[in-house]
Design a protein around this ligand. Structure first.
Ligand SMILES: CC(C)(COP(=O)(O)OP(=O)(O)OC[C@H]1O[C@@H](n2cnc3c(N)ncnc32)[C@H](O)[C@@H]1OP(=O)(O)O)[C@@H](O)C(=O)NCCC(=O)NCCS
Length: 157
């Protein structure tokens, strides 16, 4: 990355929704590389059954060179509740405000839909990030791949 600062991300980068097949391919590729490949999970394991549901919102952040550097998605998980899943930032861009920008974008979408709270199941290593973003741990959740503890977290919107 040429310039490494959260200011840079905030000044010139805005989340978008993937539309074209190429954009979706890049979107899922980053999801796979960050959330599945390090645990030797098969290609395809990064996809979810409801990824193509009409009420699932996908968001990505793209660098000026068109590289996708961050992805996340939101879906309704109750009458007034949304759930964020599959948040992944390219390791080279982590710590520069990409995750913040994606999460704030999805929270705005959730508010626009009339949702009043947002939940997620955070990897233990991501709990400090979500805490910084205003989420509170509700309870321990599942363990992924036998080695990644998760925690249910919630934030009123
Ligand atoms: C977790 C993740 C999404 C965070 O995205 P990011 O772009 O690295 O985070 P940001 O730079 O936007 O950080 C936003 C704020 O959280 C803070 N933060 C981020 N990670 C933190 C950590 N591990 N400990 C403490 N604070 C942290 C930042 O300091 C920043 O605070 P500030 O705005 O006051 O400066 C990203 O690191 C990632 O993809 N990790 C690997 C995959 C993963 O765990 N995904 C989540 C699955 S549940």
């Amino acid at each position: 990355m040429a310039v490494s600062s959260a200011c840079y991300v905030y000044a010139i980068m805005d989340p978008t929704t993937p539309v074209t097949p190429a954009e979706f391919a890049a979107y899922y590729d980053l999801r796979y590389r960050v959330l599945r490949a390090p645990w030797n999970q098969p290609l395809g394991s990064e996809r979810a059954d409801d990824d193509e549901a009409p009420d699932t919102t996908h968001a990505m952040l793209t660098a000026p060179d068109k590289t996708v550097v961050g992805v996340a998605r939101l879906h309704p998980s109750g009458p007034s509740q949304g759930q964020v899943r599959y948040m992944a930032v390219d390791p080279a861009w982590q710590g520069h405000g990409v995750g913040r920008k994606l999460l704030e974008y999805l929270e705005t979408v959730a508010r626009q839909r009339g949702l009043t709270e947002c939940i997620l199941h955070a990897r233990d290593t991501a709990v400090p990030f979500y805490s910084r973003m205003g989420y509170e741990v509700v309870a321990p959740s599942h363990t992924l791949f036998g080695s990644i503890p998760h925690f249910l977290m919630c934030k009123p919107l």
